[in-house]
Design a protein around this ligand. Structure first.
Ligand code: NAP
Ligand code: FER
Length: 335
């Protein structure tokens, strides 16, 4: 039977600083009948990601902002419930950029059918956007060599937990920085990081890094920015490469934070810093996903999903990313 009502989260107001419960509003809308070529899907897992903070800020960026009143954007795994498109049948699982809503109608373009023999949730994580970010941000931007020391911030998150494991596959000494003793234990024991520390229980980031990186730092994969990144700059080896993946510590700032001015350290180290966007590598996603899937199958990449139950909890699940409530890839299970 054709479902009647869709539930959607729309942007209610642009947040000033940390988003709150009032940033989003839940609305109900009717679901139209399908036209030829269309597919109706129902959300199974919806992804919450730090980049979404940029989409609701209204600032100029690499993608258009979500306007007040519009459905919040985001990726998800969905199940086909009705189809007037010969390429999809009810029961198929798809990866779709459907936003924060229970149902979505697609014309069949820009949706990817998933292999149901692989846990479908991985399409939003280790075998999806965040795994690909780890892959290209490390391998393409930093080209790590065996024996080099690779430091990763945000190391127990969706991207960071995978970066350390790819670096290990490449024969590097891996050092992770994360915000909790439980997170440190997980990345050491499960993700095979060689060393790690909890930045929330130490003030001396530089001292800890010196202990854990006796050969200095060759590669830094930056997910967080701020004081952690400042501490790295003093320890770079000659020829170091830095991948600027994210700066989550700055995303809720209401004014520019003044920090140490450390670009001179890059001269001493003749270091390279490069920002990147995972979407710029779209033409290479296919082979990268094959390689990542092979590593997961071989047990060389372990992953964890942090699943929040219930569509209505999308806003709080998202806001929790900014206080480190998640370990591994955070998803909201909808149905
Ligand atoms: P995630 O790491 O799974 O979740 C965010 C984590 O950030 C939290 O768990 C928290 O961990 C940490 N965090 C929050 N506030 C912090 C602060 N003030 N200082 C230090 N750490 C803080 O998220 P993700 O999806 O893997 O994304 C990680 C980063 O990559 C984000 O910056 C994101 O914007 C970026 N990203 C970039 C691209 C790209 O194409 N360039 C693509 C995807 C993601 P702790 O408990 O350790 O604090
Ligand atoms: C993308 C490019 C970048 C994307 C996400 C990002 C969902 C993440 C950027 C960030 O976290 O800063 O196409 O797709």
């Amino acid at each position: 039977m054709h479902p009647q009502t869709n539930r959607q989260f729309v942007l209610a107001a642009r947040p000033n600083g940390m988003p709150t419960a009032d940033t989003f509003k839940l609305i109900e809308t009717p679901i139209p009948e399908l036209k030829d070529g269309e597919v109706l899907v129902r959300a199974v897992y919806l992804s919450v990601d730090p980049y979404m903070r940029g989409r609701i800020s209204g600032m100029r960026s690499y993608a258009a902002p979500v306007e007040v009143g519009q459905v919040m954007v985001g990726g998800g795994v969905a199940k086909v419930v009705e189809s007037k498109n010969p390429d999809f049948k009810p029961g198929d699982f798809v990866d779709i950029y459907m936003g924060w809503q229970e149902y979505s109608i697609s014309n069949g373009k820009n949706i990817r059918k998933l292999d149901p023999s692989i846990p479908v949730s991985t399409a939003e994580g280790v075998l999806g956007m965040t795994g690909l970010t780890a892959y290209f941000g490390l391998l393409d931007v930093c080209d790590p060599k065996p024996g080099e020391t690779v430091v990763v911030s945000g190391a127990a998150g969706a991207v960071g937990s995978v970066v350390g494991q790819i670096a290990k596959i490449k024969g590097c000494h891996t050092v992770g920085i994360a915000g909790g003793d439980d997170k440190v234990a997980w990345i050491l024991e499960e993700c095979g990081y060689d060393a790690a520390f909890n930045y929330k229980t130490t003030n001396d980031y530089s001292g800890r890094l010196k202990e854990l990186c006796p050969q200095g730092i060759d590669v830094y994969f930056d997910n967080v920015g701020g004081p952690i990144t400042d501490a790295i700059f003093g320890l770079l080896n000659v020829g170091a490469r830095i991948s600027i993946c994210g700066q989550i510590s700055q995303y809720n700032n209401t004014r520019l934070e003044m920090g140490p001015r450390l670009l001179g350290a890059l001269i001493v180290a003749r270091a390279k810093v490069q920002g990147f966007l995972v979407s710029d590598y779209a033409s290479r996603f296919g082979p990268a996903l094959m390689e990542l899937a092979g590593w997961v199958r071989a047990g060389k990449i372990k992953y964890r999903e942090d699943i929040v139950e219930g569509f209505e909890n999308l806003p709080s699940a998202f806001i929790g990313l900014f206080s480190g409530a998640n370990t591994g890839k955070r998803l909201v299970h909808v149905s």
